[in-house]
Design a protein around this ligand. Structure first.
Ligand SMILES: [Zn+2]
Length: 252
């Protein structure tokens, strides 16, 4: 779904386990096409089709920004690098680089989690099993550029990196200056039309994650894209203030 000229929010039905749709974002201008997050393993073809529908074929991708190391965000990253017929630069926050490169096992990829995923894969067709096992065996990739808090990527009207740790050490949100859009990753979630903080069951340092949200209010945000939940455009900055106050209160 095109929300501004050069900003397209994709919608991918979640095939590996979890319940809801996920929303990667495509940002593009004349010279650049940037995909923010890549879905679960096995989502390459679905996202490829959606890029084609948006008139930005996958071969046009110049960068992939990964908001953080989790399975549902970097799951198809290696597939893009392997199967898209172009050079793609991978960017992620410096504190999550070692996890994305597999130097350290990603925080939530516990043995138990991986056993569950492998078991689920066993129930698929032989062809699908082969594809998904290949992805898991070639899961980690090199990050070409480690991002820092406050840095601006000078393309597509300016993409500002906001380090919002807590959900993972290197979780980032991206602020699109030109459109006042915040790509929230998992720092914010939308449930039944309302905006909330990160999913507390999969946020190891919830207090830090909520306090990190204060940084977002340095920016005038008109629209939020939640990876889980989609597009929110009510009174964003005010709602973020409420979330910080209410949800910190609940855990104290
Ligand atoms: Zn997620």
């Amino acid at each position: 779904m095109k929300i501004k000229k050069g900003v397209e929010v994709l919608k991918v039905f979640n095939t590996l386990g979890a319940r809801n749709n996920i929303y990667p974002t495509l940002i593009y201008d004349k010279e650049n096409a940037v995909l923010v997050d890549t879905g679960y393993p096995g989502h390459f073809s679905i996202i490829k089709d959606q890029l084609a529908n948006a008139n930005v074929p996958v071969e046009k991708l110049t960068k992939i920004i990964i908001t953080h190391q989790d399975f549902d965000h970097m799951g198809s990253l290696s597939s893009f690098l392997e199967r898209a017929d172009c050079q793609i630069e991978v960017l992620a926050h410096e504190a999550d680089v070692d996890y994305i490169e597999g130097e350290i096992t990603p925080i939530k990829l516990t043995d138990e989690f991986m056993r569950k995923i492998r078991k689920m894969i066993d129930s698929y067709s032989v062809k699908k099993q082969k594809e998904l096992n290949h992805i898991l065996d070639n899961y980690y990739v090199k990050v070409n550029k480690a991002l820092k808090d406050g840095e601006e990527i000078p393309i597509c009207g300016g993409i500002i990196v906001i380090h919002v740790p807590g959900h993972t050490p290197g979780h980032i949100c991206l602020y699109l200056k030109k459109h006042k859009i915040l790509i929230a990753g998992d720092a914010l979630t939308m449930i039944k039309g309302e905006l909330y903080g990160p999913d507390r069951f999969i946020t190891p340092d919830l207090e830090l994650a909520l306090k990190s949200l204060n940084k977002l209010n340095n920016y005038n945000i008109k629209t939020v894209v939640c990876y889980h939940g989609g597009i929110y455009n009510k009174n964003v900055n005010k709602r973020i203030e409420e979330i910080i106050k209410d949800e910190l209160n609940e855990i104290s």
